[in-house]
Each structure stands twice: as C-alpha cells, then as structure tokens.
Design a protein. Structure first.
Length: 174
C-alpha cells in the first residue's frame, strides 16, 4: 500500500469511527432523557413507566462495545503500516490528502467531545439512580477507548501533515 492509499484508508477509518461515535452520542442522549424521567418518577414516588430501560441500556452498551471491537483491528493495522513509513517518504504531493485526513481527524475529535459531554451528563444523573443494575462500566470503557483512539488519530494526522509540509520546500509556504 502506497502512502496516498494509506492516507485514504486512514481517512475512511476515521470516518467509520466518527459514525459510530455520533450514533452513540444520539443514543446516550436519548437514554439520558429516559433516565431523567425515571429518576423524577422515583423521587415523586410514582410508578416507573419505562420498564425496558435497563435492558435497552445494557443492549446499547453491548452493541457499541462490539462495534468498537470490530473497528479496532483495522485501525491497529493501518497505524502499524503508517509507523513503518519513514518521514522522508511523505512527499509534498501528499500535502492535500494529509490536510484532508487532518480535517477528518478534527471532525472525529469534535464528535468524541460530544460523546464525553453526553456521557458526563448521563453520569451525573446516574449517580442518584440505584433502582436497576446497569452496565455503566461498559459505557465508561467505550468512552475511554474512543477518547484514546481519537488522540492517537489526531497525533498521527499532525505528524503526517508535518512531514508533508516539511518536504514541500521554501517556495510553497508563500
């Protein structure tokens, strides 16, 4: 695989993780709203109407873990292939694809930040909820993995950009 194909594949992997993260953000937000209603009902001594919440939450956590476990080997393989390439092989003609990959990485970072925000909001509400057994630890592990992968992807994108910019020469910087 040449360097241009590698950058394209990295961008595709970045987009795949971003779609997983954005889906997770929507679901965590929806689950958080449901949890807030349940907590309000418990505080008012009203019978809880949403009996499926624990099952839905645990199913969501299991599903997101499986999606992340399926995504991770492809990323690890691409990362290893990228690390094998010497800095001098990142030529100036790759500057535009490298900037595109950097843009994809930053979009992933924003999505990851949204997940962190949704997760924190969920956790604040969950602290006062003890009525059901939820696999919050699984959601915590997924959020941590996403955060770690995002930082590695951002670092890799910056490194590739740095190497391609370095080989562009003094006339291209304007």
């Amino acid at each position: 695989m040449n360097t241009e194909q590698l950058i394209t594949e990295l961008s595709c992997q970045c987009d795949a993780l971003r779609s997983i993260v954005l889906t997770a953000v929507q679901e965590v937000t929806a689950l958080h709203k449901r949890l807030e209603q349940i907590v309000q009902q418990l505080h008012k001594n009203i019978e809880v109407r949403d009996q499926n919440f624990p099952t839905d939450f645990n199913d969501f956590c299991t599903r997101i873990r499986k999606e992340l476990d399926a995504w991770e080997p492809g990323w690890a393989q691409l990362r290893a292939a990228t690390r094998e390439i010497r800095p001098t092989n990142w030529t100036a003609d790759l500057a535009l694809p490298a900037k595109g990959f950097n843009s994809h990485a930053r979009a992933l970072s924003r999505a990851s930040d949204e997940l962190i925000t949704a997760y924190d909001a969920f956790n604040r509400t969950y602290k006062s909820f003890t009525a059901a057994k939820l696999n919050v630890f699984l959601l915590t592990a997924c959020q941590t993995d996403i955060e770690n992968w995002t930082s590695k992807i951002l670092f890799l994108a910056r490194e590739i950009m740095k190497y391609t910019e370095k080989t562009r020469g003094i006339y291209a910087r304007g």
